[in-house]
Design a protein around this ligand. Structure first.
Ligand SMILES: Nc1ncnc2c1ncn2[C@@H]1O[C@H](COP(=O)(O)OP(=O)(O)O)[C@@H](O)[C@H]1O
Ligand SMILES: O=C(O)[C@H](O)[C@@H](O)[C@H](O)[C@H](O)COP(=O)(O)O
Length: 182
């Protein structure tokens, strides 16, 4: 039997959904490297968001290319990267680099996410951009490899849910026609 592929995950969702926090915890649990896509933005993108303007497709294109390259580089040994990946076309761009990625969409109500995003200290992303994040978000298509997890639970519970839903359990099936010992 072929060895299973190492996990190569993109933790996606709107700003404040917990991508960085959950992504780091997932990487630790899975024993693979972690990266945060916030660190891949060119300075102009950070400046634009800090000033309260949403990024557009042109702003995101080079950023997604850099994330795609990280995924490509980490595909052989696995990795987790947190990246909003809001549109289907953005995820297609990542898959062009690394077709084997799995998406983990952190899904939650605007209320829960806004509360977390606005109480997060020292982050450049203004709460005023949350509406545009939700408006831009395109849910995972049925043909996209991944799963959706509710963020309204503790970080460890989210990681547990991921592991429970993705672990293949092998059951030991006794051979047929085995003579019964008496
Ligand atoms: N499951 C959770 N339960 C409680 N707080 C959380 C949870 N996930 C994230 N947080 C907190 O919410 C805020 C936003 O999380 P963060 O990981 O920065 O989100 P993102 O990377 O998606 O913008 C942070 O202050 C983080 O500590
Ligand atoms: O595509 C975008 O509009 C940005 O990448 C955005 O989705 C991302 O969320 C910001 O970088 C803020 O970072 P946080 O998600 O950590 O708030």
């Amino acid at each position: 039997m072929a060895a299973p592929l190492p996990p190569l995950l993109v933790v996606m969702g709107v700003s404040g959904s917990g991508k960085s926090t959950v992504g780091a915890a997932l990487a630790q649990r899975l024993g693979v490297p972690f990266a945060d896509a916030d660190d891949f933005h060119p300075p102009a993108n950070i400046a634009k968001m800090t000033a309260g303007y949403a990024l557009d497709d042109d702003d995101r294109h080079p950023w997604l290319e850099a994330i795609g390259e990280w995924l490509e580089e980490h595909a052989p040994r696995g990795g987790v990267i947190s990246c909003s990946a809001l549109k289907r076309s953005y995820r297609d761009q990542l898959r062009d680099h690394a077709p084997s990625i799995s998406l983990v969409h952190l899904h939650g109500s605007r209320e829960v996410i806004a509360r977390r995003q606005s109480s997060r200290p020292g982050h450049f992303m203004p709460t005023s951009l949350l509406d545009s994040q939700f408006a831009t978000l395109e849910p995972l298509g049925a043909d996209e490899h991944g799963l959706v997890i509710d963020v309204d639970q503790e970080v460890d519970a989210i990681v547990d849910e991921y592991v429970a839903r993705t672990t293949v359990r092998l059951s030991i099936v006794p051979p047929l026609n085995t003579a019964q010992e008496s």
